[in-house]
Design a protein around this ligand. Structure first.
Ligand code: GSH
Length: 331
C-alpha cells in the first residue's frame, strides 16, 4: 500500500478543500490535518509560506500552492486523468480553474468579510477550528480578533463599496450560468470531474456555507449545490463530453465571466506590475474597478499564457476562445 500523504489545511480555505477533493478522487492515501494550535508548529517547520494547503509527501517533500500540487500529483497518480484528452478541452478546463482560483476567490472573500452575519459566522468557525476544545470566551475573543484582522484585507482583493456591484454581479452570473450548465450533467466537462471542477467548486463550497451567498445559491443554484456535494468526494460517473454538447451552456461562462471580467482584470494587474504601479483600475461591467497590484495573479497569468502557447494545434481551440472574447488576452 502507498504510504500516506499529509494535507495540512482548513475547512475554511477553498484551496485546501480543492486539494482534499482531488486526493479523494484519485484515491491517494492521505491524512487531512487541520492546521490548528496543536499542528501549527509542525506546519511551520515545513511550510515556506504561511499558507494552506501544505502537502507533505511520504518522501518528505513539502508542497504548497494548489495548482502545482495537483500537477505534481498528476505525474505520480495519472489515473483517472484529471483533464480531457482533447487538448482544446484541457486548456479550457485550465482556463476555468485559473478564473476560479484568481477571480472566483473575490466573491468568496468579499461576502465573507463584508456583511456582519458572514463575518461573525466565519470568524467563529475559524476560531473553533483553530482552537479545538477552547472555552466559549476564548472562542469569542479569538473570533473578534480574526474579524478585525480580516476586514481590512478586503482592500487587497479589491472589494469596496464601489466594487461591490461588480463582485456580486459576477457571483450571481456565475451561479446562473452554472445552474443551467449543471442541470443536465454531473460535472463541468461531462461525466467526471476535471481540473476546472476542483478550482470552481472549492470557491463555491465556501460561499455555500456562508450566510449571504448561500441564500443566493439556495434560491437560484440548486443544481450547483448538488454538484458541490458531489465534488466533496467525487467519482468518475461517465466520460468527458465533446465541445459540441458542452458549448451551448459552457460558452456563456467563458464569454461573460472569463473573457469579459477575469482576463481583462488579470491583464490590467499584470501590466501594472510590469510598470511598477502599486494600484490599477479598469472598467468592469460598466463600473470602475480599482485594486492593489498583486504579484501572484501576474505569475499565474503568465503560466496560463505559456500553457496556451504550448497547445500545438489550436484549430479547435482558437475559434472557441475567439467567440468567447478570450483569445486576445492570451496571445
Ligand atoms: N495560491 C494558493 C493560495 C493559498 C491561500 O491563499 N491560502 C489561504 C487560505 S485560503 C491562507 O492560507 N491564508 C493565510 C492563513 O489562513 O493563515 C493556493 O492555490 O494554494
Amino acid at each position: 500500500m502507498t504510504a500516506s500523504h499529509r494535507i495540512f489545511g482548513s475547512e475554511m480555505s477553498p484551496y485546501s478543500v480543492k486539494v482534499r477533493s482531488y486526493f479523494r478522487y484519485k484515491r491517494i492515501p492521505h491524512q487531512w490535518i487541520v492546521r490548528d494550535q496543536n499542528t501549527m508548529a509542525e506546519f511551520q517547520r515545513h511550510a515556506k509560506l504561511p499558507l494552506v494547503p501544505l502537502v507533505l509527501t511520504p518522501e518528505g517533500e513539502a508542497l504548497q500552492d494548489s495548482t502545482p500540487i495537483l500537477e505534481r500529483m498528476e505525474e505520480r497518480f495519472p489515473e483517472p486523468p484529471l483533464q480531457p484528452a482533447d487538448p482544446a478541452l484541457a486548456f479550457l478546463s485550465a482556463l476555468v480553474e485559473e478564473y476560479a482560483d484568481e477571480w472566483g476567490n473575490k466573491p468568496m472573500f468579499h461576502y465573507r468579510w463584508t456583511y456582519e452575519d458572514d463575518q461573525l459566522s466565519a470568524a467563529e468557525r475559524i476560531a473553533k477550528e483553530t482552537l479545538p476544545g477552547a472555552s466559549a470566551e476564548q472562542i469569542s475573543s479569538t473570533a473578534e480578533m480574526i474579524r478585525k484582522r480580516m476586514i481590512p484585507r478586503l482592500r487587497l482583493v479589491g472589494s469596496s463599496k464601489a466594487t461591490r456591484g461588480v463582485i456580486e454581479g459576477s457571483f450571481e452570473r456565475l451561479v446562473r450560468i452554472l445552474e443551467t450548465h449543471l442541470a443536465s450533467r454531473r460535472f463541468l466537462f461531462g461525466g467526471r470531474p476535471a481540473l476546472a471542477d476542483f478550482g470552481c467548486f472549492a470557491q463555491l463550497y465556501e460561499c455555500a456555507v456562508d450566510p449571504t451567498p448561500s441564500r443566493v445559491m439556495q434560491e437560484r443554484g440548486r443544481s450547483v449545490l448538488r454538484w458541490i456535494e458531489r465534488m466533496l468526494d467525487p467519482r468518475a460517473e461517465g466520460d468527458f463530453e465533446a465541445w459540441e454538447s458542452l458549448g451551448p451552456t459552457l460558452l456563456p461562462l467563458l464569454r461573460d465571466e472569463v473573457g469579459a471580467i477575469f482576463l481583462p482584470w488579470s491583464t490590467a494587474n499584470a501590466r501594472a506590475l510590469e510598470k511598477g504601479e502599486p494600484t490599477f483600475r479598469l472598467t468592469l461591467d460598466g463600473t470602475d474597478f480599482e485594486q492593489e497590484t498583486q504579484k501572484y495573479h501576474a505569475r499565474s497569468l503568465a503560466v496560463l499564457r505559456k500553457r496556451y502557447a504550448a497547445v500545438v494545434d489550436r484549430s479547435t481551440l482558437d475559434p472557441i476562445l475567439e467567440e468567447a472574447g478570450c483569445r486576445t488576452w492570451l496571445a
